[in-house]
Design a protein around this ligand. Structure first.
Ligand code: GDP
Length: 298
């Protein structure tokens, strides 16, 4: 994950580590190299600008410290700014005051939504919740079946359309699922919605209709991290068209460059809540900005 970016940054910073004194020219040279490394990792330009300016400003103004030499101080600054760009503190899931908590998953087709529904459901059950998974992706022919298989594997109940029960109408399925969850005392409802191959007015309208019918406590936009910056642009479109409360980075295991992960928080203004790192149900975790920043810097 992010091997090239990680190698480049550690290479640049290692050169500074041993320096007893840093001139403005040293800082500028390092900043230029970091800028290039971020751009090559497909990080969005506005994010690169903000990042580089912050690092330069802080590095120049850094007080002489007893504990750290100037090179080490720059490393510390880069580390802290990486954490900042990834969102700072881990943001926890928001629960409804009055259960059930509704979590709607949105994203393009193939981004990893259905898989995430299973992972998130299983994770929430491990925290003592009683989640219900809802198959409201009626666009992709196999999505309902895929969610049922995941539900079976994770031992989670799946609410799927039945004949005479909302077939073809995802909004009705979501509404009925919510009633079912209340009757069965399920405290969390995870709604898998339909994606398309690209941003599409019909997909947005459907997601908005499901949102209106279920009033989600969280609307999580799932992005395929392997897609890079384009995935971030899609997240922005969804934020503006449907409203999102957070982002999930899926397929982080296959993301060689890191551009989406490092851009999405700043570009969308929304926190990254979870990371999906493989096809198995337990390849999933809460997103910790500090841990990822630590991994990037080796
Ligand atoms: P959806 O169309 O958004 O519901 O996407 P799916 O959940 O069906 O995922 C699309 C493909 O990506 C499937 O083959 C999944 O097994 C795979 N996938 C999902 N999440 C991950 C992940 O975190 N890592 C990897 N490597 N593959 C994933």
């Amino acid at each position: 994950m992010f091997a090239t970016l990680s190698d480049r940054l550690t290479g640049i910073l290692t050169k500074l580590r041993s320096k007893g004194r840093l001139t403005d020219a040293d800082i500028d040279a390092a900043a230029r190299e970091i800028r290039l490394a971020l751009l090559e990792a497909d990080v969005a330009l506005p994010v690169v600008r903000v990042f580089i300016n912050a690092v330069k400003e802080r590095a120049r103004g850094a007080e002489v410290s007893q504990a750290l030499n100037p090179g080490q101080q720059v490393i510390k600054i880069v580390h802290e700014e990486l954490i900042g760009i990834l969102g700072g503190e881990a943001r926890r899931l928001q629960f409804a005051k009055q259960p059930p908590t509704v979590i709607m998953l949105a994203g393009l087709q193939g981004s990893g939504k259905t898989t995430l529904a299973g992972k998130l459901g299983r994770w929430l059950r491990e925290q003592g919740h009683q989640p219900l998974l809802v198959a409201a992706d009626l666009q992709r022919p196999n999505a309902v079946n895929q969610l049922q298989v995941l539900g079976e594997r994770a031992n989670l109940e799946v609410y799927a359309p039945q004949p005479g029960n909302g077939v073809g109408d995802p909004v009705q399925v979501a509404r009925d699922a919510l009633d079912h969850a209340r009757r069965q005392a399920r405290d969390i409802v995870i709604v898998d919605t339909a994606g398309r191959l690209g941003v599409d007015a019909e997909m947005m309208a459907q997601a908005a209709a499901i949102r209106d019918a279920t009033s989600p406590d969280e609307t999580l936009f799932v992005i395929d991290a392997m897609v890079g910056q384009d995935a971030v642009t899609t997240a922005e479109a969804f934020r503006d068209g449907v409203g999102i409360t957070g982002v999930v980075l899926a397929k982080l295991d296959g993301d060689a460059r890191g551009g989406a992960a490092l851009s999405v928080r700043h570009v969308t203004g929304q926190p990254i809540l979870f990371a999906s790192t493989g096809e198995k149900l337990d390849d999933f975790d809460v997103f910790h900005p500090d841990r990822l920043a630590g991994r990037i810097l080796g």
